[in-house]
Design a protein around this ligand. Structure first.
Ligand SMILES: Cc1cc2nc3c(=O)[nH]c(=O)nc-3n(C[C@H](O)[C@H](O)[C@H](O)COP(=O)(O)OP(=O)(O)OC[C@H]3O[C@@H](n4cnc5c(N)ncnc54)[C@H](O)[C@@H]3O)c2cc1C
Length: 493
């Protein structure tokens, strides 16, 4: 039995090609968006800090946009979230989704907000669990103060969550601004070559905290989208009345998508043309539609990508590191990315077709949820690492291509090798953004057994992975909520 939200994930956690008889799998798909849709904003309580704290109880089929709209109507909100409207609460918890934001000069979170993943907001959750006394599956509520709960906060769909209570904070009024034409050599400069005027990624992070660096390869020009708290509307900003204020992004795929995939696969040189045309189009479009500077409630800033984007696969690398390493880690990662891109370009190939995208978050600090005894989600990509207490940020780096883009897997596998060689265990710990594509080989994503094997060791030296897997089995000994990929992936290591 597979719980299913909006099916906006790529990893084979819902269905898997490993499943027996995949063309007619023996699976019951339980779609949550029809019936698991209640939302109750609870009266405020006082947490550890004794400040007034807020929470919301939601069914796991509630979609992100609905959640944010409801919270906004109570003057509440999240600090960060994914950029699209559709993900469900159950889907977001399962993979530990993220937005963008770290503490900065212009930005701070309110009580009840977290710099970490969505999973870190859980106060309690109700799952379907095996009860040996009645020999039946029953509803079981796990409170964040109980040690077992942390295994289920980022559960990869290895359970069925029916509802959760989430910690939320007072809503924030934000201002989003765009900076265009920042060359990668400046944005990702080596720290030794940074001057006081350089527009570097670490300077943007330090100033604004919430940032998204975007470019379409092979172009090296970046669009920096930044947003921060601004209680009063600045004169220059446009007031917003809803989300998705980068109208140009909504138009782009509708016009291009049907032709783009075929054309760019068949005439690969066109990629250079499309890449070169994107930045001026976004730049011009932003000014014409006044989406280069806008202001309003947080939801209007957190949701900014239309889900009708080109249907590409995002290949992801997630680096857990320290603030002081951000510039160097990204300098190294981007240098490898660009030298590979150049090498393929010389052969007339453009393996990365969609955006190269960077965001930053903090780690899952359990203190954020203000529950006595709370611990970080066991399998979250943003789980703190005991051996590296100085690591306090997560860099989320994505790059996309169509599933049939020539050389995409080869490109990503080669990059993966270089990133593991130069960064893992040296300047960062590499983990995976569960929802997307990771652990690549030429045979496909999620097939690199040595990387899959290695993930278990990136969570903790104290056997966190195996402990979480044992709990999944304890609460579902009959393996009802699993598939063949999960059985293989979540084996005891
Ligand atoms: C265009 C686009 C942009 C995106 N942007 C971001 C982003 O900015 N940040 C980010 O972190 N992610 C992002 N994502 C990924 C997305 O947030 C995740 O894939 C999320 O899991 C999707 O939610 P869903 O409801 O579609 O889940 P599904 O894809 O339906 O399910 C995902 C997993 O959750 C499990 N699941 C679903 N419901 C339950 C439940 N009730 N109990 C237990 N398990 C359950 C499923 O079995 C499956 O294993 C993006 C995806 C797309 C398509």
């Amino acid at each position: 039995m597979r719980p299913s939200g909006s099916r906006h994930s790529w990893a084979p956690f819902t269905f898997s090609l490993k499943d027996n008889g995949v063309s007619c799998p023996k699976t019951i798909l339980v779609e949550t968006t029809t019936h698991f849709t209640s939302i109750i904003v609870n009266p405020p309580d006082t947490g550890n800090s004794r400040s007034e704290l807020y929470s919301v109880s939601v069914g796991t089929g509630v979609k992100l946009r609905k959640l944010l709209e409801t919270l906004e109507s109570y003057d509440l909100g999240l600090f960060a979230s994914p950029t699209i409207a559709e993900p469900t609460v159950g889907g977001m918890l399962a993979v530990g989704v993220h937005g963008s934001g770290i503490p900065s000069l212009k930005d701070s979170k309110n009580p009840g907000h977290s710099y970490g993943t969505f999973s870190n907001l859980v106060i309690s959750m109700t799952i379907v669990a095996w009860d040996s006394s009645s020999s039946a599956y029953i509803l079981k509520t796990l409170h964040r103060s109980e040690p077992d709960t942390k295994a289920f906060l980022t559960n990869l769909g290895r359970t069925f969550v029916t509802s959760v209570t989430l910690r939320v904070g007072r809503n924030q009024m934000l201002r989003s601004e765009s900076h265009f034409y920042i060359h990668s050599s400046e944005l990702f400069a080596h720290p030794s070559r940074v001057t006081s005027n350089s527009r570097t990624i670490s300077k943007f992070a330090q100033t604004y905290g919430r940032i998204n660096a975007i470019s379409i390869p092979p172009s090296n020009e970046f669009w920096m989208l930044v947003w921060h708290v601004e209680p009063i509307k600045p004169l220059a900003s446009r007031r917003t009345y809803g989300p998705f204020n980068h109208y140009i992004m909504g138009l782009y795929p509708a016009i291009i998508e049907p032709f783009y995939r075929r054309l760019t696969n068949e005439v690969s040189q066109l990629n250079r043309l499309f890449s070169a045309a994107t930045e001026p189009a976004v730049f011009l479009g932003s000014f014409l539609t006044r989406s280069n500077d806008y202001w309003g409630p947080s939801k209007n800033h957190l949701l900014y990508f239309s889900s009708s984007l080109p249907r590409m696969t995002p290949y992801t690398f997630t680096f857990v590191t320290s603030r002081s390493n951000i510039q160097l880690v990204l300098h190294i990662a981007r240098t490898h990315f660009e030298s590979l891109t150049k090498a393929y370009e010389k052969l007339g190939q453009y393996p990365i077709r969609g955006d190269f995208d960077i965001r930053l978050t903090g780690l899952d600090d359990p203190k954020d949820v203000e529950v006595e005894g709370a611990e970080s989600p066991s399998l979250s990509p943003a789980r703190p690492i005991p051996e590296y207490p100085q690591y306090d940020v997560v860099i989320w780096m994505d790059m996309s291509a169509y599933s049939d883009t020539p050389y995409a897997l080869e490109f990503v596998s080669r990059l993966q090798q270089l990133l593991y060689r130069d960064l893992h265990g040296k300047l960062a710990i590499l983990r995976a953004e569960w929802a997307k594509a990771w652990a690549c080989t030429l045979q496909g994503s999620w097939t690199n057994t040595s990387i899959i094997d290695h993930y278990s060791r990136t969570f903790s030296s104290s056997d966190e992975w195996n402990w979480a897997v044992r709990l999944f089995t304890k609460f579902d000994p009959h393996g009802i909520f699993s598939n063949d990929f999960l059985d293989y992936f979540l084996a005891i290591k």
